[in-house]
Ligand binder design. Structure first.
Ligand code: RAT
Ligand code: ZN
Length: 418
């Protein structure tokens, strides 16, 4: 029988866990941020914060501006529209709105003045490199994993010219077009000098692998990654299943790299909203089980977009050590679901998962994304450690530190090394 925990013991547990969760540096394993060496790509500042697509989607719900008129506005005008609609005409209650406030507050700005021009002025003073350091220190993030796509014309040429890299930023090779838009991707890959055709002949397979190898080496990718729709199945005759099986997974195995699968995104549900127009759906995780069992030498980093898939994903991770779960992705990155999902994962998997990634698209967002997640993760951990104490198990500070490190990137690194 468990005994009740004394108030003194509980208070010291609360302060220990809160302190450790704040003090433990994070490895942010999936973002859309860029090494400042990729100049011009790293977004930061108030206008980028306000035009984040999570907020644009919310603004369109209440502001009846035609979509095409919004998209031809300047970024400053778009930011003003979002600010007026979501911050001034109603209280900024949603997670994405609160995120802007937390970010500004953590930067020491006075949000209650509601003075957008003054906020804008403050951001002008920051050169990119110094601001990266400021934000990473404030958010206590030590490493940022990027999303790097050879199919992105804005970034690919820079990689080809060679870069003086910032070692706080790690590359991840994003290959969505190859897996979800094969006929178009193959034409582009052919234009870049690889002998590929639409049919997966032995020569095409080897040329796609040469393409992947070139990019893996060029950017020193830590893993490969793709987002897939709920309809994805494996095994199968689809281009996605075939290219994955014949080209991508053998490449990952040869280079000892994990494959990140982000499952359950429905692209372009409302294309007029641009990036804000994507939706989600429940995936058939039999496909994932089949992959984990058919490719035991491959490592899969997985996150799912649908709340309904979360439990099944945890059960699968108990079956397959080559499956590592990470983060509360996109529409699940809201306090209510982070709480539920973190609890579920701790209860089914202990510390063998990565609790969160930021998915930040704008540098300053790491402040709120990690601040909000840390708060919830601490709350859940306090509850769990309280149960251990009630069962007669006393945690030392070093043990709590070890556990939190695992959740904040340690388990991910062990998985990648395994
Ligand atoms: O979270 C997001 O910003 C989405 O738009 C996606 O980028 C998603 O995270 C992805 O990586 O596909
Ligand atoms: Zn993302």
């Amino acid at each position: 029988m468990s005994s009740p925990i004394t108030e003194f013991r509980r208070n010291s547990l609360v302060s220990l866990v809160e302190r450790v969760v704040q003090a433990t540096p994070v490895t942010d394993i999936h973002t859309h941020l860029y090494d400042p060496a990729l100049s011009g790509l790293l977004l930061y500042g108030i206008d980028d914060l306000l035009t984040y697509h999570y907020l644009v989607a919310e603004a369109f719900r209440v502001h009846r501006i035609p979509n095409d008129r919004f998209w031809i506005m300047s970024k400053t005008e778009q930011a003003e529209l979002v600010w007026n609609t979501l911050f001034l005409e109603r209280s900024p209650i949603s997670e994405a709105c609160q995120g802007v406030l937390t970010t500004l507050h953590r930067l020491g700005l006075d949000v209650k003045k509601r003075d957008l021009p003054a906020l804008r002025d403050w951001f002008q003073q920051w050169p990119a490199e110094a601001y990266v350091t400021r934000c990473m220190e404030l958010a206590n993030v030590e490493t940022i994993y990027m999303t790097n796509s050879p199919f992105d014309d804005a970034e690919a040429p820079a990689w080809q010219h060679g870069l003086l890299r910032d070692d706080r930023f790690v590359a991840a090779l994003r290959i969505d077009p190859l897996l979800v838009d094969w006929p178009n991707a193959v034409r582009r890959v052919a234009r870049w000098g690889y002998e590929v055709g639409e049919g997966l002949s032995a020569n095409t397979v080897s040329e796609v692998r040469r393409f992947l190898t070139d990019w893996t080496r060029r950017i020193e990718a830590a893993y490969l990654m793709v987002s897939l729709p709920p309809e994805f199945t494996y095994p199968g005759d689809s281009d996605t299943a075939q290219v994955l099986e014949k080209c991508v997974l053998p490449h990952c195995e040869e280079h000892g790299l994990p494959m990140a699968l982000m499952l359950g995104v429905r692209r372009g549900v409302n294309p007029a909203l641009g990036l804000a127009g994507d939706g989600s759906g429940r995936s058939d995780l039999c496909a994932l089980a089949n992959l984990c069992s058919a490719f035991p030498q491959n490592k899969f980093l997985v996150t799912v977009l649908s709340r309904e898939n979360q439990h099944e994903l945890c059960v699968l991770a108990r079956k397959f050590p080559n499956l590592h779960i990470f983060g509360c992705w996109w529409f699940t990155n809201v306090p209510y679901l982070i709480d539920e999902i973190t609890r579920l994962r701790l209860e089914l998997l202990g510390f063998s998962f990565t609790a969160q990634h930021s998915d930040a698209r704008v540098l300053d967002q790491i402040l709120y994304k990690w601040d909000h997640s840390r708060r919830i993760i601490a709350r859940v951990l306090i509850e769990k450690y309280t149960e251990l104490v009630a069962a007669g198990w006393e945690e030392t500070a070093a043990e709590v530190e070890r556990d939190v490190r695992l959740l904040f990137g340690g388990a991910f690194k062990e998985f990648c090394r395994s």
